[in-house]
Design a protein around this ligand. Sequence first.
Ligand code: COA
Ligand code: AMP
Length: 688
Amino acid sequence: MAKQVKLFQSLLKHSARLQPNLKCKCTKNVIHSRSLHSGSIYEQKTSWSAVSTYDEAFRRSVETPNEFWGEAAENISWFKKWDRVLDDSNSPHTRWFVGGEMNTCYNCLDRHVEKGFGDMNAIIYDSPVTNTVQRITYTQLLREVAKLAGALSNLGVKKGDRVLIYMPMIPQAMATMLACARLGAVHSLVFGGFAAKELSTRINHAAPKVIVSASCGVEPNRIVDYKPILESAIAQSEHKPDKCIIYQRHGLEKAILDPQMDVNYHDVVSAAKPHDCVPVLATDPLYLLYTSGTTGTPKAIIRPNGGHAVVLYWSMFNSYGIKPGEVWFSGSDLGWVVGHSYICYAPLLHGNTTVLFEGKPVGTPDPGTYWRVIHDHGVAAMFTAPTALRAIRREDPKGAYMKKYFLGHFRELYLAGEHCDHETLEWARDTLQKPVIDHWWQTETGSAITCSNMGLGNNPYPPAGVAGKPVPGWNIKVLRQDMTECDVDELGIIVAKLPLPPCAMSGLYKNDEKFLSAYFKTFPGYYDSTDAGFIDKEGNIAVMSRVDDVINVAGHRLSSGALEEAMLEHPDLAEAAVVGVPDTLKGHVPLGLCVVKSGTKKHSTDIVKEVVQCVRDHIGPVAAFKQAVIVPRLPKTRSGKVARNTIASMASGKSFKVPASIEDPGVYPQLAAIFKQMGYVDLGEPEM
Ligand code: COA
Ligand code: AMP
């Protein structure tokens, strides 16, 4: 530990050299965090708002974005400096750091080792499901990544090629991401909880030259064999990779490799020579990340190398108050954007130690597991989803497990991924006696859109229900459909005035039409977040819900359309609809409505069971699709569109008005009777 502290102190000096203003900002923040720990947390509210540097940073970021992000970019090592910070001549195809050449892996690893911080831990892999704790230094990680890049190169992977990663939460998954970045190859990491069909859709679309996978994942209740899922996905995909690299996990059953297609991770890495960093343009893609949209086909977000590195580095201190050398823990999964940005890239870019946690907030082995990790590894701040806190609270309402651990060094808990309910937020603040900060994100944005911006002196205790103020670079407005601005506290659509800041997606892979129509068409000149919310009188943003057909389940985004397509794989279904209904643990869970083909003889209970299995087989267990019901028909508009919002309101117990465009309003009393029978709230007859 003493060695780590010494390294941290010298890293701070090194960072202050890189970032001329950091020293004075840091000093200010140290004062803040000290005062934060003394006395009652609630006493701090006024002093925080009094010393804000946020307003100035925000103003500069929107008035002179060139200057603002140009300065931030000085903290990144460039092989060739950019010609222009911002090129917005073809908006919304905004380009940042045009002409600049860099390498994200170099910035994450090599430069820290070259500066003498190779002995510092880059990753602490903590896996309660395999009973493992492993510390990996920057030097060790660099060695592994350079050799893995060599192995990928030996298999023909070069700059611009796609590599698909389908791996559990193990250090080799992060090493593969970084090895791709090192080569200038574009990774596409797919979450382990997806079924073969979803994986095959991504393989077909990304057309990877190589796939890197592992023998298995470990869920608390079962081992997930990855190899059969991968084989089935490749069989279903028209595109076939040249090779699959398979990592055989220690102490667990080994996968059987196909000598034609598969190579062993350990063998190819051992045999390879280390590969150097390949310079890429700032505007070249670092990764593709698939996310759910309104339709069944997922969208592949393109993340550019340069802007991503600049903003993520900047955010570690300015948004999260984290100083280089500190330990940071993001309790998410590498398969989601939060995992990409805040398990892997941001902490490494910034010279921090990142905790890679393979487990669940509860049951591995108990609801104290997050607090143990914070205690054992000296975590300064953490990021997780409200669902995780709800799960912990359910099992440990009085915080008895939390009290078993010393958390004096722990400063803040950040939440995102879904709307955080007041009760959970207040419970966490009271129990932890630390700031618990909700902030708003999307896969598209790559980093937070709103936050308490701890490094800039924002109030760490905004009222429950809001997700902080816009992060510099995000010029947020709340609009009515006619594009006029909403009043304070008035619900509307949250949009961001263009240009978007440098970390935002640069496009949708192989789907520019969708890029333009999904995000920029409804409100010209703005990015449409498809989230509804409002701005309060302090300028905080509250994010309430999606306005499209995306359901947020435990912080995971699921498309109603994709779930319906999976339901319709059942031969006896004529029609299907999926809506999100409130769930005390996961925020929302999907509910499926099935219309059975006439003449079907099968018993309805069997059909429901099979439909549930169908969704699990096609989308995967992550959909948490466990409830379905047979209905005689669906409410539809005259143009044939299923009125999902009215079904969702009805099943959630919210009152609603039947839209005039509904073809047959008589369907609602039928649905009401069915929902009542299922135990959903009885609303009586809806308003016609
Ligand atoms: N590989 C394979 N299967 C996976 C998986 C993975 N990586 N992750 C989840 N699954 C499976 C689970 O085993 C479960 O399967 P089951 O239906 O057989 O039980 C199913 O997918 C649903 O998983 P999950 O959403 O994790 O629910 P859970 O009931 O197992 O656990 C929580 C509940 C609260 C512990 C869990 O939802 C959680 O940790 N939520 C936090 C989410 C989060 O951090 N989101 C970050 C987004 S920023
Ligand atoms: P994803 O792209 O999977 O990260 O999901 C993004 C969506 O999650 C957003 O569009 C919101 O609907 C929701 N979301 C994320 N963070 C928050 C938050 N802090 N409050 C409310 N909703 C959130």
